[in-house]
Design a protein around this ligand. Structure first.
Ligand code: C2E
Ligand code: CA
Ligand code: CA
Ligand code: CA
Length: 278
């Protein structure tokens, strides 16, 4: 009976207590990550399918702890959102991306915009829009060369804070993209309510294009919808020439993915941009 009791406790320990413990540790580490300079950005370009131009460069967050562990943003962003740390982290990401974009620009490297992922939690913060303008100004990066990537869920609510933010973005030429388009099962009313310029088709749809006509119909429908609304459509997660050819045929405007390059460290992306131009 004593052994059984210990086993039961062991089971509880592994599946619940340790999970909570891990979560608490992760949250504490996350709160220190900025001060310890453990966060960095890698960058992945988006190419125009019309002329091969580098239309955008997306900043993607990386976290390597001083202990040497790497953590995926898919794992830690949701935790940062829940504990509120995403506000400080998000401001840092914006500032660092604008600073880096400015540096590339001064080196004569050519691209249209720098793109930054924005969490729904940041967008709900009434300070967010003015923070964005202030961060651009501080890093001497023109607001009309900044793109914010938002998810469908962030655009679901129609609040005064959101409207004021979007008015400010429009007035300053800040470009908006809907990220992971098609995964939100959402009511599409937000598409004409807000000044969205780009639809990014989620990579799960893009990668299934080779698997049959019905799945190709899905990306075709997004391209048609986007164009009917005067938007440009971007395919993410493009890994093969075959998929790229299908996207071209469907009239997709831009593409991003390992076929062109994986996300790169700043110096490596500088080299990539130079090779692209030459
Ligand atoms: P996302 O914004 O949809 O970014 C695209 C993800 O797909 C990135 O993963 C990128 O590395 C990956 N990817 C790009 N091309 C390919 C490809 O051809 N094949 C495959 N299999 N994958 C590809 P990553 O960097 O792990 O980021 C995951 C997610 O974390 C992002 O998805 C975004 O939602 C979030 N995230 C990343 N950085 C930030 C940030 O600074 N702020 C916020 N709020 N979220 C971020
Ligand atoms: Ca994105
Ligand atoms: Ca995406
Ligand atoms: Ca995604």
């Amino acid at each position: 009976a004593k052994d059984a009791g210990r086993n039961t406790f062991q089971f509880y320990n592994d599946s619940f207590y340790e999970k909570v413990q891990r979560r608490v540790t992760l949250e504490q580490e996350l709160r220190q990550a900025l001060a310890r300079h453990e966060l960095s950005l890698v960058y992945q370009p988006t190419l125009s399918l019309r002329d091969g131009r580098v239309a955008g460069i997306e900043a993607l967050l990386r976290w390597r702890t001083t202990a040497g562990d790497s953590r995926s943003p898919a794992e830690f962003i949701p935790i940062a959102e829940e504990c509120g740390e995403i506000l400080a982290i998000g401001r840092w990401v914006l500032g660092e991306a604008c600073r880096q974009a400015r540096e590339w620009h001064e080196q004569g490297l050519v691209f249209d915009r720098i793109a930054v992922n924005v969490s729904a939690v940041q967008l709900r913060d009434s300070q967010f829009a003015t923070d964005v303008l202030e961060i651009c100004a501080r890093n001497r990066w023109p607001t009309d060369r900044l793109e914010l990537e938002l998810t469908e869920s962030a655009l679901m609510r129609d609040t005064d804070v959101l409207r004021r933010a979007f008015d400010l973005f429009s007035a300053n030429g800040i470009c908006l993209a809907v990220d992971d388009f098609g995964t939100g099962f959402s009511n599409l009313a937000y598409l004409h309510r807000f000044p969205v310029r780009h639809l990014k088709i989620d990579r799960s749809f893009v990668q299934q294009m080779g698997e049959g006509a019905r799945l190709r119909g899905l990306t075709q429908a997004v391209v048609s919808l986007g164009h009917a609304l005067g938007m440009e459509v971007v395919a993410e997660g493009v890994e093969t020439e075959a998929i790229l050819a299908m996207l071209r045929e469907q009239g997709c405007d831009q593409a991003q993915g390992y076929l062109f390059t994986r996300p790169l460290e700043p110096a490596a992306l500088g080299t990539w941009l130079r090779a692209q131009a030459g």
